[in-house]
Design a protein around this ligand. Sequence first.
Ligand code: FMN
Length: 222
Amino acid sequence: MVTRGRSHADGCFTGRVNTWRLPGSHAATRRLEGVPDILAETLRTVLRRFATGVAVVTTWDGDRPWGTTVNSFSSVSLRPPLVLVAFDHERRIVPALRRTGRYAVNILGEGQRALSDCFAGGPSPRDHSASDSSDGSDERDRLCGAEWRRGATGLPVLVDAIASLECTLVDIHPAGDHDLYLARVDSATAAGADPMPLLYYEGRYLRIERAVSLELEGKQER
Ligand SMILES: Cc1cc2nc3c(=O)[nH]c(=O)nc-3n(C[C@H](O)[C@H](O)[C@H](O)COP(=O)(O)O)c2cc1C
């Protein structure tokens, strides 16, 4: 399932961190010579300008449910139905993802900021104490106290998420300090009508105070 340094009929990856090289021409890579590496801090500052939703990825770690907050969730394809999430190599959820080969994505609503914090290693939404309790267990062992159920495919799904998707991994693609977990959607549910999402922007949560709905004039993805 894991792919490394994959080649492609129309070109190939080059270098330690792969760079796409156009077939029959090195112009694309030559142009980058002499350009200093972008600083991680600069990149972080720029990328923080991209507002995202917030989701909790859940899976089974043996017989306990486990979850982690993410904002790297992205839709990829409708036919076949594919999504992806980027996980840092160090995330505790990684071994469970690789063992089960499945994950659920629970998209959080505007009232679920405390859950997002708890699944990101912050305080419990119940008592706002430190996430690691005195008996050595972790709030996330209990899915941060959130109500959950077994979804259509048996994955743990948060009941109050505004939408949830249950997925099967199809590929894990290495990408720097993260891996891209590409998955096929087996089941998807949207709860309620017009719920407000929890948003993340500039390293803070953002709530929509006044939604203005504007006509889209560009081409929509089909
Ligand atoms: C809003 C938000 C979004 C995040 N998105 C991601 C993500 O996409 N990928 C990732 O690996 N970590 C992400 N994190 C970080 C993890 O949720 C956080 O580090 C968590 O504590 C990881 O737990 P663990 O490594 O202890 O299991 C995000 C955190 C927050 C607060």
